[in-house]
Design a protein around this ligand. Structure first.
Ligand code: G3P
Length: 218
């Protein structure tokens, strides 16, 4: 299972990378704006900075919604660095653009996926990754993890090579359940990754081990 961090914050990306368990990064226009990164050139430069921190796939999202615009933007993004994955929304022209990029050998991440039907289309178009949004489905009283389960089953039925990238993963249990179900990748904020560390019995046990060592070596 791959771990991607879902942020454009360079310090957090560095921290996750230093932990030694990071496989890539996902960003989106909202995450870029949250870091105050605006203007085309600044955004492109920021992607390069991210690629220089992490040796893994980095999703960079197009903001055009028509085929020609997505192709132009995507080719520009892909030329930035070998690890750039062009992130394309699940809309009609997006499906066409994913097909185009897959034929050109450019990696893609189909984003804003909320149904199995959309996931089938993304796989048929040849997406490298497909991003179902678990938390945002939960937000509207729909079981986000059930979608991951359906997708795993469907992709297995047909040996689709598209990797299921569980996105909008908000807490540790989301991550653990995605692992149980068999998502290929999860993308989440840093606190979800570091949240995996936490167990009170670990802290209590370590405290006792260190106290006993001190007693024996005083
Ligand atoms: O990767 C998608 C993600 O950024 C959305 O997360 O928490 O805004 O639903 P969230």
């Amino acid at each position: 299972m791959k771990f991607f961090i879902d942020t454009a914050n360079l310090a957090e990306i560095q921290e996750a990378n230093d932990l030694g368990v990071l496989d890539g990064v996902t960003t989106n226009p909202s995450l870029m704006a949250k870091e105050g990164v605006t203007g085309k050139q600044n955004i492109l430069d920021h992607y390069v900075k991210i690629c220089n921190i992490v040796d893994g796939d980095v999703s960079a999202e197009v903001v055009s919604t028509d085929f020609a615009g997505m192709v132009k933007e995507g080719e520009e993004l892909a030329a930035l660095h070998k690890n750039i994955v062009v992130k394309v929304p699940m809309i009609k022209d997006g499906v066409k653009a994913i097909k185009y990029f897959s034929q050109k050998g450019i990696k893609t991440n189909c984003t804003l996926v909320f149904s199995s039907g959309q996931a089938i289309l993304a796989a048929k178009a040849g997406a490298t990754y497909v991003s179902p949004f678990v938390g945002r489905l939960d937000d509207v009283s729909t079981d986000g993890l059930a979608l991951i389960e359906q997708m795993v089953q469907i992709y297995q039925n047909y040996d689709f090579e598209t990797q299921i990238l569980a996105a909008s993963v908000r807490h540790v249990m989301h991550l653990v359940q995605c692992a149980e179900i068999g998502a290929d990748v999860v993308t989440c904020p840093l606190n979800v990754i570091t949240g995996l560390l936490k167990h009170p019995l670990t802290d209590i046990g370590l405290e006792k081990f260190l106290a006993d060592y001190k007693k024996g070596n005083a």
